[in-house]
Design a protein around this ligand. Structure first.
Ligand SMILES: Cc1cc2nc3c(=O)[nH]c(=O)nc-3n(C[C@H](O)[C@H](O)[C@H](O)COP(=O)(O)OP(=O)(O)OC[C@H]3O[C@@H](n4cnc5c(N)ncnc54)[C@H](O)[C@@H]3O)c2cc1C
Length: 657
């Protein structure tokens, strides 16, 4: 034992010293992601051949290390926010390019805005999309690995086509135009029983810091995310008997999961729903169901994945809608209610809650780009897009009417002349150490709404205040390449909920076989693991929790994320023979300090008069500048990103009558 430096020894055990793809390496050469890190010569952008995206081998999805909002993507925006950007910036260089529309943000909303605009304004419409990240798609980010020679994909952010509300005709229509029939693809491509057929199911990892002992307890029906879902009474009893919990806590959890108690006898369903909308799920458990306080730790992070905060900050009513237990004796009528922000309606109009592309909605972004710039993403079917190469050097071609310029942070957008009768919009963007300006007939800001006041200082103060209200939800999704998954097989788990641990959810990549893409079938094969964390500060109001979580993310170095991944996997999977130093082949950490769009929370947000909610005041068109992004729908879903793009484009086109 190395007594002198136990840290070094434990680092070796964890494999921290192993040379795996975790930095930004591409084809053996360092691919410096983000223009802020580039040598000045590469920033000139005077000729298109200087654009990073035009360089041979440019392929951001294969980059590992810190992704999501990667280094180089946000520094300029932060200096703009802090008021320091223009002090150091060179005078903007006027570019001769002229567009009908400039779109700020190349996420689903920005790409959809380009689609809707071209559809209505005509194919000759000249459109430029400016995006500050090194890839298009925004949160719909593709993580691409080549493990053991085979292609493996995972979503670095947006995953599902599902949504709590049915897709609107515009959003459903767009999916249809892209060739996406989620229900048909689900039948053809999903393999929901793969893990179940191997005897794997859900497990819970109790960590020693929270529960006094490290213990992984399996197992329930595969595909069930949470302990209790789909489990029989005796299975649940057996599960609890193995958990490091006191008898009293076990008894209370069993009661919450299975007992049919009406805690509000004599009230109607509507009255009960109203009561539940006024207390958090934590308060419901403690004060209404009267469980032992130690029960809370078991449920605390069950809402983190959906809302980025724990049960201390989520209304019990929304937790009922999400399917959390404890309400079975209340006989609540299915369906929505006043003060209820979540409904389980799903992608009801012909969709599927389950189908997902192997890279999540990044395939939707790829399909959108294919429809806008066909030569950039060759192919012609919804199935072949998954493995299609992307020719990044064709995204910003002179010959194209639609162009996508990456690594370009927009720093100013203004109506030229007065806001009332502005004939043009001037957009300035920074790329590396240079600032460029160009003009367009109109602009859609499909970027994060709370950043818009820094880009558009001319906006009315009331509108800026409204935009600032929309605090986005921070999240981290890590993709971990494993040599094989025999340890999961031995432990009979495919997905693990870890209520108290750093990563609250850990799961083998959901199998899907589409086009030429095949998911691993044998536990001996390499696989990708998805691990997620919602950084937050229980006890504070949600917007404060999101701000604290964002700070945490911005100061967490990759090394710490890696250590937390290795440590937690070692502790969870020890009984299955997992060896972090041997079994981890690659790591990508998708850090999203600005993740989900803010959704109002009836426990903390006021009930605004109709039309006065911050997202509605904030998204008001300003001259020839319209505002999109899922933020402007106050909901964090792909259909909303599309709907808001449609609205923003409609607002601009209606200027022409
Ligand atoms: C981890 C995670 C998981 C999610 N999972 C799902 C899911 O399963 N299903 C679902 O429906 N939704 C999911 N969402 C919600 C997701 O936000 C939306 O579905 C959708 O992808 C949002 O698209 P958008 O275009 O509105 O925003 P974004 O994807 O955020 O795109 C906005 C783009 O604007 C860029 N931008 C910002 N400022 C500037 C600037 N100054 N200059 C240039 N560009 C700028 C941003 O970098 C970004 O790329 C998830 C979100 C996250 C973070």
């Amino acid at each position: 034992m190395n007594k002198k430096n136990p840290r070094q020894r434990s680092d070796r055990v964890l494999g921290m010293d192993r040379d795996i793809p975790r930095r930004d390496f591409l084809n053996g050469a360092v691919m410096t992601i983000g223009s802020a890190l580039l040598p000045a010569g590469l920033h000139s952008n005077e000729t298109k051949s200087d654009e990073l995206q035009n360089q041979a081998g440019y392929s951001p999805p294969v980059s590992t290390g810190l992704r999501g909002s990667h280094p180089g993507s946000f520094e300029i925006a932060h200096s703009l926010r802090d008021g320091t950007f223009w002090k150091d910036a060179p005078a903007p260089k006027q570019l001769g390019e002229k567009y009908d529309l400039i779109i700020v943000g190349g996420g689903i909303s920005g790409l959809a805005a380009a689609h809707f605009y071209r559809e209505r304004a005509g194919v000759s419409a000249k459109i430029l999309i400016l995006e500050n990240h090194d890839d298009f798609g925004g949160h719909a980010k593709r993580n691409e690995f080549h493990l053991g020679g085979g292609l493996q994909l995972l979503n670095g952010g947006t995953m599902l086509i599902d949504s709590p509300t049915p897709y609107s005709p515009e959003a459903a229509g767009l999916l249809k135009k892209l060739g996406i029939d989620a229900a048909a693809l689900d039948k053809k491509c999903s393999d929901p029983d793969q893990y179940r057929s191997l005897g794997l199911g859900a497990g819970v990892f109790f960590d020693r810091e929270t529960f006094g002992a490290d213990r992984l307890v399996s197992r329930f029906a595969a595909g069930e995310e949470n302990p209790g879902d789909g489990a029989s009474f005796s299975e649940l009893q057996e599960f609890l008997s193995k958990a490091p919990l006191s008898e009293a806590v076990r008894r209370d959890i069993l009661r919450i999961e299975r007992a049919k108690i009406d805690y509000f006898p004599g009230l109607t369903s509507a009255e009960k729903k109203d009561r539940l909308s006024r207390v958090s799920y934590k308060e419901f458990l403690l004060n209404i169901a009267q469980v032992e306080p130690a029960v809370i730790a078991f449920y605390q992070t069950r809402t983190n994945g959906e809302w980025g905060v724990g049960i201390d900050a989520e209304p019990a009513l929304d937790c009922w809608a999400l399917g959390l237990p404890g309400f079975q004796g209340l006989h609540l009528q299915p369906g929505s209610a006043p003060r209820m922000s979540y409904s389980g309606a799903g992608y009801a109009n012909g969709g599927s809650a389950r189908f997902h592309f192997p890279d999540g909605n990044a395939s939707i972004a790829r399909l959108l780009v294919r429809s806008l710039i066909p030569s950039a993403v060759p192919g012609n079917s919804v199935e072949d897009v998954v493995t299609a190469p992307v020719h990044y050097d064709r995204l910003d071609a002179d010959v194209s009417t639609i162009r996508i310029r990456l690594n370009s942070t927009v720093v100013r957008v203004r109506n030229v002349e007065s806001a009332k009768a502005a004939p043009e919009v001037e957009v300035s963007y920074a790329s590396g150490k240079q600032v460029f300006s160009l003009r367009a007939g109109a602009c859609v800001l499909a970027c994060w709404n709370m950043a818009i006041p820094s880009l558009c200082p001319d906006l009315p103060e009331k509108q800026k205040e409204a935009l600032h209200y929309l605090v986005k939800v921070p999240l981290v999704y890590s993709s971990v390449g494993l040599r094989n998954w025999t340890s999961f097989q031995k432990l009979e788990v495919s997905n693990i909920h870890a209520p108290g641990a750093y990563w609250s959810s850990v799961g083998l990549n959901w199998p899907v076989n589409i086009g030429d893409y095949r998911s691993p079938r044998s536990p001996e094969e390499p696989i990708l693991l998805h691990m997620s964390r919602a950084p937050c500060k229980p006890g504070l109001p949600p917007r404060e929790q999101h701000k604290a979580g964002r700070m945490e993310l911005l100061v967490t170095p990759f090394e710490l994320f890696e250590r937390k991944i290795r440590d937690q996997l070692s502790r969870m999977l020890a009984g299955g023979g997992f060896d972090a130093a041997r079994d981890i082949e690659a790591i990508t950490v998708n850090r999203w300090p600005h993740g989900y769009g803010y959704e109002y929370n009836p426990l903390f947000d006021p009930e605004w008069p109709a039309g006065q909610a911050p997202h509605i005041l904030g998204r008001k068109r300003f001259g020839r500048i319209a505002i999109a992004n899922s933020d402007s729908g106050a909901t964090a879903y792909t259909d909303v990103a599309m709907d808001q793009a449609y609205r923003a484009v409609d607002e601009l086109l209606s200027l022409h009558g």
